[in-house]
Design a binder for this molecule. Structure first.
Ligand code: PAD
Ligand code: ZN
Ligand code: ZN
Length: 378
C-alpha cells in the first residue's frame, strides 16, 4: 500500500464547539503505532449517542471527531497487529475487547477495562491522538472516530468480517443493531426475554426498533411499543411490535397504562430514550414481583436519579447494558454471518443514505424525528 507509514490528508467532520454544526475540514491522520490499525471508512450510521456528545449531555474533550457505528477497509497496520490485515473488511468496536482484562476473561459482561466510553479521554491507549487539524491535535471518540475518511483505532477496537458483506448495511452492527437486539436476547441469561412473554419498549429510534426485533426473535407474545412520535409506529409494527402507544394520548402516567394493558405489569421493559422520566416509567411498568427492566438509553451524565426503593424490594430486576452485552470481537463477525443468512433485516431501520459531506443534514433529520437511521457513505 502506497500510503502505509505516511501521514494521510483527508476530509473529516470536526466538532470544535458543543451545540454547533460539524465543519468539514482537511485533517492529517498519522500512521498507526505498533498495536494500531488505520481504516479507510466506507459507511457510518448516525446514532443518538453522537448527538448526546454534540449537545453536551455526555462530556468529552474538544475538538473531536465523533462517530462510532461504522464499517471500513483496513489501510495499514502497526507491526504488532495480528488479527486484521490491509484490505480486510472490518467493523469498528466502540467497546473494545482486549481479551486480557478481568471483564474480557469473565463469561458475563462486556465493558472491557480498556474502553474509552465510560469516562472518555479521547485519546489512543498511549494518551496521544492521531488526528491533527489546522496544526492542533484533535481528539478521538470511543476509539472509533468514524466521521473521517480515515481513522486510527486500537487493534482491540476493530474486527474482521465476511468480505462479502455490504458495509453500508452491516455498519449498523457496530452499534444500533447489536445494542438493541442484544439487550433483548443476550443481556445476561436471567434477563433474556422468554417465549410467550410481554415486553414494553420505550423509544422507537434505530436502537429501540432493534430491541423490538430481539424481543420478537426471542418469542415474545406481546411487544408494546411506546413513543410520542407516531411516525415511528409503522416501522415498529413492521419489525414486530404488537401494540403502539403514545404517552400524549393518555391522561394517566404511561406506566399505569402499560400495567393495565398487560394485566399488572410486563415481563420485560426496555428504556431506549435516555431520559430519567422514561427510565423510571420503564422500571415501574414491569411486574412488581418478577419484572425485569433494562436501561439502554444514555441518560445525562453526573445527575442522580431518585427512585422509590420499594420498586425493587417487591422483586423487580433492574439492569443496564452497553452494546447489548456482546463482547465485540467474539460476537460481531457472528452477527454479520447471521445477517448474511437473512436471520434479521437491517433495511427496515435505514431511512436515509447521504454522502458524508451532508452529515449536518443527517443530524437535523435525527433531531427532527424524521429519520430512523441515516447512513453516511464515503
Ligand atoms: P433516537 O433518537 O433515534 O430514538 C429515540 C426515540 O425515543 C425517538 O423515537 C423519540 O421520539 C423517542 N422518545 C422521546 N421521548 C420519549 C418518551 N417520553 N417516551 C418514549 N419515547 C420517547 O435514538 P437511538 O435509537 O439512536 O438511541 C436511543 C438511546 O440509546 C440514546 O439515548 C442513545 O444514546 C442510547 C444508546 N445506547 C447504546 C448503548 O450501548 N447502551 C448504544 C446506542 C445508543
Ligand atoms: Zn450508538
Ligand atoms: Zn478487556
Amino acid at each position: 500500500m502506497s500510503t502505509a507509514g505516511k501521514i494521510i490528508k483527508c476530509k473529516a467532520a470536526v466538532l470544535w464547539e458543543l451545540k454547533k454544526p460539524f465543519s468539514i475540514e482537511e485533517v492529517e491522520v498519522a500512521p498507526p503505532k505498533a498495536s494500531e490499525v488505520r481504516i479507510k471508512m466506507v459507511a457510518t450510521g448516525l446514532c443518538r449517542t453522537d448527538d448526546h456528545m454534540i449537545s453536551g449531555q455526555l462530556a468529552l474533550p474538544l475538538p473531536v471527531i465523533l462517530g462510532h457505528e461504522a464499517a471500513g477497509i483496513v489501510e495499514s497496520i502497526g507491526e504488532e497487529v495480528t488479527t486484521v490485515k490491509p484490505g480486510d473488511k472490518v467493523i469498528l468496536l466502540f467497546l473494545p475487547q482486549c481479551g486480557k482484562c478481568a471483564v474480557c476473561n469473565h463469561p458475563e459482561g462486556n465493558i472491557c477495562l480498556k474502553n474509552d466510553v465510560i469516562v472518555p479521554r479521547g485519546t489512543m491507549q498511549d494518551g496521544t491522538t492521531r488526528f491533527t487539524c489546522r496544526g492542533k491535535p484533535v481528539y478521538h471518540f470511543f476509539n472509533t472516530s468514524s466521521f473521517s475518511e480515515y481513522s486510527v483505532v486500537d487493534e482491540t477496537s476493530v474486527v474482521q468480517i465476511d468480505p462479502a458483506s455490504p458495509l453500508e448495511k452491516v455498519c449498523l452492527i457496530g452499534c444500533a443493531f447489536s445494542t438493541g437486539y442484544g439487550s433483548a436476547v443476550n443481556v445476561a441469561k436471567k434477563t433474556q426475554v422468554t417465549k410467550g412473554s410481554t415486553c414494553a419498549v420505550f423509544g422507537l429510534g434505530g436502537v429501540g426498533l432493534c430491541v423490538v426485533m430481539g424481543c420478537k426473535a426471542a418469542g415474545a407474545a406481546r411487544i408494546i411499543a411506546v413513543d410520542p412520535n407516531k411516525y415511528k409506529f409503522a416501522k415498529a409494527q413492521e419489525v414486530g411490535a404488537t401494540e403502539c402507544i403514545s404517552p400524549q394520548d393518555f391522561k394517566k402516567p404511561i406506566h399505569e397504562v402499560v400495567k393495565e394493558m398487560s394485566g399488572g405489569g410486563v415481563d420485560f421493559s426496555f428504556e431506549v430514550v435516555g431520559q430519567h422520566d422514561t427510565i423510571v416509567s420503564a422500571l415501574s411498568c414491569c411486574h412488581k414481583a418478577y419484572g425485569v427492566s433494562v436501561i439502554i438509553g444514555a441518560p445525562p451524565s453526573s445527575e442522580d436519579l431518585r427512585i422509590d426503593p420499594t420498586l425493587l424490594l417487591t422483586g423487580r430486576t433492574w439492569k443496564g447494558a452497553i452494546f447489548g452485552g456482546y463482547k465485540g470481537k467474539d460476537s460481531v463477525p457472528k452477527l454479520v454471518a447471521d445477517f448474511m443468512a437473512k436471520k434479521f433485516p437491517l433495511d427496515s431501520i435505514i431511512t436515509h443514505v447521504l454522502p458524508f459531506e451532508k452529515i449536518n443534514e443527517g443530524f437535523d433529520l435525527l433531531r427532527s424525528g424524521k429519520s430512523i437511521r441515516t447512513i453516511l457513505t464515503f
